[in-house]
Each structure stands twice: as structure tokens, then as C-alpha cells.
Design a protein around this ligand. Structure first.
Ligand code: AMP
Length: 498
């Protein structure tokens, strides 16, 4: 009996958990899973990074059946990225039980989502706006939902989703289990819980177990003229996968441009960037194709990226957001570093308050800043000139990427043991590219990019290598989709199997 079975998690799920590689439950999992499995409502204070998705995933997948026409569980998340991430994680956890999970969010075709829902989904994970739209269109039926989860409840309220939540919850059956997860527990969240839940059991993960302990927190004085050099100097020194947080979207874009012109490998994530591009940026960052991600708070909320080593608070923020921001590092047991730039004595005082509120130490740091010249005449996409001038910075970046790549390869954990080639009846004649095929497969079946191998596109069909473990799932999921009004055929390729 493994440790997840001891908590009461069903066998097919513990088998999948073993396959993912989780050996021991995290503290929040040990505490919340047994209570949740009794069917009781639970209110859990836990940040992203503590294993909360695995917590409610274990409860839901153990308590609901699979293969129904309409959803038995609904998870509401504040952002599209989190919805996708949760769907991916639950799909992995449902590897043997076969529960079908689907992420629903705005910015992509609502018709396609409606069509997909019609084919039968067990667990829907969605953002409030799009869930509401699909309910209004009668394309989503949640009358048979027996478990509802509000993930990052505090953020949902911050983002003004209270009315949408009311609307969605009013469509749910009265008899159901509720689970609410929140990094912080302000009164608004407690009131929401009291209004929507039946005598919830409140579970607080103690401060010691919260990942903040793994994060070395520092700050330095930097103003608008020195912040960029401070960022470059810290990054050059640490050379770790980095997220830079900023308040304003347009300043994110500006800084992104400047950093690119200075020769750094950066990209930008904020709410004005089209959904497909946002997903691409997150994927590139996960895949180590980008060293520095410059993001607004909302866009980066809930991002589950394991190996972020450095977080920079380019702008000061409030105590709650501070915890959210720096919590992007120090995950999965790894150490992280967080720097905050403060403009003046006022901001320094605010930061001291943050340290007090969170009961942590934030150490003042001074360092000699190295001036990093940007090439003003250079178009950001044109790297030619920069290469010559900044070969040292780039060379260091390249080496670091190679090292990480090697480390990943060595780990091998989770990488497919074998690939099987499938053939899909869409090709270059349909005016699509390889990356569209990858996206299509990921969105329809919820598998990771690492489970997709080489892609060979012909005029009217495409060969794709898929992790053999997922091949049936991918063929079934793709075959449920239409392309240009015609059903897609996806099957194992006889020709290439030999
Ligand atoms: P979350 O709090 O859901 O954002 O999870 C944070 C990360 O921890 C994710 O990458 C999970 O895959 C990972 N994780 C969740 N549960 C465990 C566990 N029991 N052991 C190791 N890693 C875990």
C-alpha cells in the first residue's frame, strides 16, 4: 500500500500518481485528502506550489465515475493558464481511470468548446467568464455536478469575478461537495465560503510548510534609471530561470523590448497579448527557450513552472501579491531567490511591513551595478548586431540553457519510453503548420509537448510520433474534432510501425 492509498485515494489514481513520480503526499495533501474523501466541504489555505491541484484532483477522481455524458465535477480558476495547467495535471492523474478533463476559457472558439462538451466530459475546468457564456448558450450543463472547486478564490474575488461566481454557482445542484482553495483568507473569502458551503472544515497549512521558507528574500534600492541595470546585473550573477513582475502591461512591453535589445533572451506575458501567443510564451518558458519572463501579476497567476530560480519584483506591491509573486520560485522542494526593487524610503517601509506580516526576513542588498547598453537602433527581432557586441552575455545564456537541457535529459523522468506513429488526415494543403498540430493535439487530449515526437507533414496528411502510452487517447480525442467542417481521422500508422 503506498502513502496515497493510505489516505484513501482510489487505486487507479494512486497508480497514475506513481507513474507521475510523486512518492509522498505533500502536507496539504496529507491533511485535506482524507477529509475531502468523506464528502465534506473543505476550505483550504494553500498557495500554488504546495500540491493543491493534486489534493482536489485525488478527491474528485476518487469520488466520481468516468465516461458520463455531462460533467460530474466543475473547477473554477481565475486564469486561462491555470485552467490549462489543472486540466493537464488531472489528465495525467486520470491516466488509468480514463476521466475526461477539459479546460474552458475565453479567447478561443466558443463553438469548438461547445462541440467538444457535447462529446462527453467528466471534469470541466474553466474561467468564470467563459463558463458563464457557455451556460447562457446552454452548451454547458452542470446540473449533475457533484463536486465543485473554487481554485485561488482570493484572486477570483480580486479580479472582480464575484458576480460571475454567483451566477455559475446558481446553476449547480444544491446537493454537492464544495472545495475552496485560497492562498490567503481575507474576510471576503471566508464570507464567500460561508455563503456557498455547508459547514466547511477549515484546513490551514501551517506557515512552516508554506514554500516561502525555501526562498531567500532580498531587496535593493533602485529607481527608474537604475532598475534595468540592476535586473541585468542580478541576472548575470544568478543565471537562473527568472520571472520579472511588473504592474503595468505597457511597461512590461517596454522593458521586454529594452532587454531584447540588450541581448537577453526574454519574452513578455500580459493580458493584452492574444491567448494563442500567451500559451506559446508559457510553453517556451517551460521549455527553457526563454531565460527571463516579464509578466504582470494577473497573467502570471498560478503558473506552475517548477524550476524558476529567481523572481524580481520590478515594482513594489502589496503583501498578498508579494507572496504570490515570490511563490513562483522555491517550488517542489527547490531553493529560490527573490529580489524586490524599492524606489525610496516610503517603499522600503512598506516592504518592511510585508516582511512583518509574512513573518519573513527580507535582507537589504547592495551591489555594484554594471551598465548594460541597449542598441537603440536595433529592431528587437534582429539579433545580428547584438550578437557581436554582447557575445559574452549571450554565450553565458547559451551555456546555461545547454546545462539545463542536459540536466533535464539526464533526469529522463516522465519522458516517453517509446513512440508510436499516428497518421492524421490533415496536411499542408489545409494551410496549417507543425506548431498548430502540436497545439491541436495538446488541447484535444491534454498531453504534454514532451509526449509528442517528430512531425512529418505531407500535403493531405501528417505523421506524428506520440508517446506510446498516450497513443489511443490521442487518436480518440482527435477523432472527435472537426477540421473545416469535416471529421478528423487519426489512427496508428500501419506503414510507419514496422
Ligand atoms: P500545485 O500546488 O498544484 O500548483 O502543485 C505544485 C507542483 O507540485 C506541481 O508541479 C505538481 O506536479 C507537484 N506535486 C504535487 N503533488 C506532489 C507530490 N506529492 N510530490 C511531488 N510533487 C508534487
Amino acid at each position: 500500500m503506498n502513502s496515497f492509498s493510505k489516505l484513501g485515494v482510489q487505486e487507479s489514481i494512486t497508480k497514475a500518481i506513481k507513474r507521475i513520480g510523486w512518492d509522498e503526499p505533500t502536507p496539504v495533501q496529507s491533511e485535506a485528502i482524507p477529509v475531502g474523501l468523506t464528502g465534506k466541504d473543505i476550505l483550504v489555505q494553500a498557495q500554488t506550489g504546495t500540491g493543491k491541484t493534486g489534493t482536489y484532483g485525488s478527491i474528485i477522481l476518487s469520488r466520481i465515475g468516468s465516461g458520463y455524458n455531462i460533467p460530474s465535477a466543475l473547477i473554477i480558476t481565475p486564469t486561462r493558464e491555470l485552467a490549462l495547467q489543472v486540466s493537464e495535471e488531472l489528465t495525467k492523474m486520470a491516466f488509468y481511470s480514463g476521466h475526461r478533463c477539459m479546460a474552458i476559457y475565453g479567447g478561443v472558439s466558443i463553438e469548438r468548446q461547445a462541440a467538444e462538451l457535447k462529446k462527453g466530459v467528466d471534469i470541466v475546468i474553466g474561467t468564470p467568464g467563459r463558463l458563464k457564456d457557455l451556460l447562457n448558450k446552454k452548451a454547458l450543463r452542470i446540473s449533475k455536478v457533484s463536486i465543485a472547486v473554487l481554485d485561488e478564490a482570493d484572486r477570483m474575488l480580486d479580479m472582480g469575478f464575484a458576480k460571475d461566481l454567483d451566477f455559475i454557482i446558481s446553476w449547480l445542484p444544491k446537493k454537492r461537495q464544495n472545495m475552496m482553495f485560497s492562498a490567503t483568507m481575507p474576510d471576503e473569502v471566508k464570507n464567500l465560503a460561508l455563503n456557498k458551503m455547508r459547514d466547511p472544515e477549515e484546513l490551514l497549512v501551517s506557515k512552516d510548510e508554506i514554500v516561502l521558507d525555501l526562498i531567500e528574500q532580498r531587496y535593493m534600492i533602485a529607481d527608474k534609471d537604475t532598475k534595468k541595470d540592476a535586473l541585468c546585473t542580478i541576472f548575470d550573477k544568478e543565471r537562473k530561470k527568472t520571472i520579472v513582475f511588473m504592474k503595468m502591461k505597457h511597461r512590461c512591453t517596454q522593458l521586454g523590448r529594452k532587454m531584447k535589445n540588450t541581448g537577453y533572451n526574454v519574452d513578455v506575458l500580459h493580458g493584452d497579448i492574444a491567448q494563442a501567443r500567451r500559451e506559446r510564451v508559457v510553453k517556451d518558458f517551460k521549455d527553457d527557450k526563454i531565460d527571463i519572463l516579464i509578466a504582470t501579476d494577473v497573467a502570471a497567476r498560478g503558473l506552475d513552472i517548477d524550476d524558476v530560480g529567481l523572481v524580481i519584483n520590478y515594482d513594489m506591491t502589496d503583501p498578498e501579491t508579494y507572496v504570490h509573486r515570490i511563490g513562483r520560485t522555491g517550488r517542489a522542494g527547490k531553493k529560490g531567490i527573490a529580489y524586490t526593487f524599492v524606489l525610496d524610503a516610503d517603499e522600503e517601509r512598506s516592504l518592511r511591513k510585508i516582511a512583518r506580516v509574512n513573518n519573513v526576513e527580507i535582507v537589504k542588498t547592495e551591489m555594484e551595478l554594471i551598465h548594460h547598453e541597449a542598441n537603440k537602433n536595433l529592431h528587437p527581432e534582429d539579433n545580428k548586431g547584438v550578437k557581436k557586441k554582447l557575445s559574452k552575455a549571450e554565450e553565458q545564456g547559451r551555456k546555461e540553457r545547454e546545462r539545463r537541457e542536459k540536466e533535464k535529459k539526464e533526469k529522463k523522468k516522465g519522458l516517453p519510453e517509446s513512440f508510436t506513429t499516428i497518421v492524421i488526415d490533415i496536411g499542408t494543403a489545409s494551410d496549417i503548420a507543425k506548431k498548430d498540430i502540436v497545439e491541436f493535439i495538446q488541447i484535444s487530449s491534454g498531453i504534454k509537448h514532451t509526449s509528442i515526437g517528430t512531425i512529418d507533414m505531407k500535403k493531405s496528411y501528417t505523421y506524428v510520433q506520440i508517446d506510446s502510452a498516450y497513443v489511443d487517447r490521442v487518436c480518440t480525442s482527435l477523432s472527435k474534432y472537426d477540421f473545416d467542417g469535416k471529421p478528423i481521422t487519426a489512427k496508428k500508422s500501419e506503414q510507419m510501425k514496422k
